[in-house]
Design a protein around this ligand. Sequence first.
Ligand code: HEM
Length: 238
Amino acid sequence: MSWLAQVLKTSIGGKLVMAITGVLLSLFLVGHLAGNLLLFRGREAVNDYAEFLKASPALLWAVRLGLLAVFLLHVITALRLAAANRAARPVRYAKEHTNVATQASRTMVLTGLLVLAYLLFHLAHFTVGVTHPEHHALREAVVRGGVATTRHDVFSMMVKGFQQPLVSGLYAAAMVLLGLHLSHGVSSVFQTLGLNHPRYNPILRRVGPVFAILIAAGFLTLPAAVLFGFVQLPAGVQ
Ligand code: HEM
């Protein structure tokens, strides 16, 4: 295993880690967006989906821990590569002649850290329920096996959250940053993996920006739909 540790410590090894973890995180985003778009199908669809995800706590925690490990690997490797980049050029030029590549990697670190800040707020809001406990506490009455009970009302929690312009605005800003991050990140994956061919390069160059726009715009529809009144709270929920 020591050869693996050695390879990962090199710059190309680090870039490979960034590419693989980036692809896994992008797949998570596609799945998460697909689940969230159920908002347009209404309360039953969203709450059934949330209940389904939590039906097997062992599996849920295995996936959560896997996601956390991938995420930490992505962030730590990014910071390590950025620090190595800096160390390789300890004396700053009197006049900064930043080339396109360093400009892009700086933007990646900045947008990445801002998306991380958004993610911490997002988890505090929807998963832990500390920023708006009154949204997180909403329950929906259901019958299970002939017995009346309640379940987490994820649909109403999302709608209540996005009815607040400040929350929706924050999400919108974060989605723009996420889009910028994904656009360059996905394009870099092709470079790292050496995927290029004169014939297909014009198409390959568009994959990153197109993917980024689809993901960012897809997520953006959710706060927008609530804020502009297309999706509303169910009757009886205030
Ligand atoms: C409009 C955009 C988004 C909406 C409406 C949304 C909605 C949600 C909801 C409702 C939950 C909690 C599910 C539950 O506990 O039942 C959640 C969890 C989560 N979201 Fe999002 N999300 C959005 C964007 C994002 C983005 C862009 C990311 C990543 C950068 C992200 C990452 C996560 C993660 C990591 C969790 C925790 C999953 C878990 O509980 O295991 N979300 N999201």
